[in-house]
Write a protein that binds this ligand. Structure first.
Ligand SMILES: Cc1cc2nc3c(=O)[nH]c(=O)nc-3n(C[C@H](O)[C@H](O)[C@H](O)COP(=O)(O)O)c2cc1C
Length: 279
């Protein structure tokens, strides 16, 4: 108990740069310690994962809450190596996706709800952005719950939003029906390394009491950049040929560079083409 409490305090200090006191008598400390110590994994041992365990993780993931109990997320189990190669070919800078013992794709499925309307002879007037949003949010919650379950079993995961770089190709490879869109892929395996805790913005920045107020965002970001650089400095600068070499390279510089070039600009057209209304 005290060990778990200490582990949580240490993990959260690494994450947020502040000590958060944990009562060693609190129930559920083991689970909290795993959540606090989360890290994405991108290198795995060659050990396979038992199919029964993967199925159990799917069942746990799909036990997550679902908006209005609409159940608009599916998990695509990608076991065909040729299909996975086809997906990885659309993401040339992440070849390691191929090395993960298991790969799953979480989809937002807006097809079933529309089918229910037809089956029950009802109109379907709510084909607008909220419908798409609900399906995407459900998929994100199911994926997160899958990660939680996998980490509880000692596995490591890495979500892959890059499956949306070329969504049409991914959709064709997996024969995603109308109104079913890829939200994220997920690499799953037994971690080859311990991995590291990625520091986050301070709780003063991201936890808001009652209402948003005036902030010195630049100072908060600067403090985070420096805290993060001390703990987990970037190993290389993004696209130096385009942006030049920065004397100090922090999180804000990296994210500004990342979002300083257009990406996935065709995703809206893809989603509309799949039959979702986005207005
Ligand atoms: C929806 C989502 C999509 C992500 N997509 C990718 C991806 O395409 N490639 C990748 O290497 N990591 C991806 N990640 C992992 C993030 O980079 C990672 O969560 C972040 O750097 C924080 O690290 P941590 O998870 O270890 O705390 C994704 C994470 C989420 C939640």
């Amino acid at each position: 108990m005290a060990d778990d409490a200490n582990a949580i305090e240490a993990a959260l200090e690494a994450r947020f740069g502040a000590r958060i006191k944990v009562d060693p008598e609190l129930p559920g400390l083991g689970e909290l310690a795993r959540i606090a110590g989360h890290r994405s994994h991108r290198t795995f041992t060659k050990q396979a994962i038992e199919p029964d365990l993967l199925r159990l993780l799917c069942a746990c993931a799909l036990s997550a809450p679902s908006k209005s109990d609409l159940q608009q997320c599916d998990i695509v189990v990608v076991t065909d190596a040729a299909i996975r190669r086809g997906i990885v070919a659309t993401i040339p800078d992440m070849p390691w996706i191929m090395d993960a013992p298991a790969f799953r794709l979480f989809t937002g499925n807006g097809a079933r709800l529309k089918a229910l309307a037809k089956l029950r002879g009802k109109p379907f007037p709510n084909d607008h952005l909220d419908q798409f949003f609900n399906a995407a949010v459900d998929a994100a919650i199911v994926m997160t719950t899958f990660i939680r379950a996998a980490e509880a079993a000692g596995l490591g995961c890495c979500p892959i939003s890059a499956v949306r770089d070329h969504p049409r190709t991914v959709s064709d490879l997996l024969r995603l029906p109308e109104r079913v869109i890829p939200v994220a892929g997920l690499c799953v395996g037994w971690p080859a390394r311990d991995g590291e805790i990625t520091p986050r913005l301070s709780l003063e920045t991201t936890v808001v009491e009652n209402a948003y107020g005036e902030r010195d965002l630049a100072a908060e970001i600067d403090a985070y950049d420096r805290r993060r650089a001390q703990r987990l400095p970037y190993r290389r600068q993004r696209d130096v040929a385009h942006w030049g070499e920065a004397s100090f390279y922090g999180w804000s510089e990296d994210k500004a560079r990342q979002y300083g070039v257009p990406t996935r600009t065709g995703f809206g057209a893809f989603v509309r083409g799949k039959g979702f209304g986005l207005d």
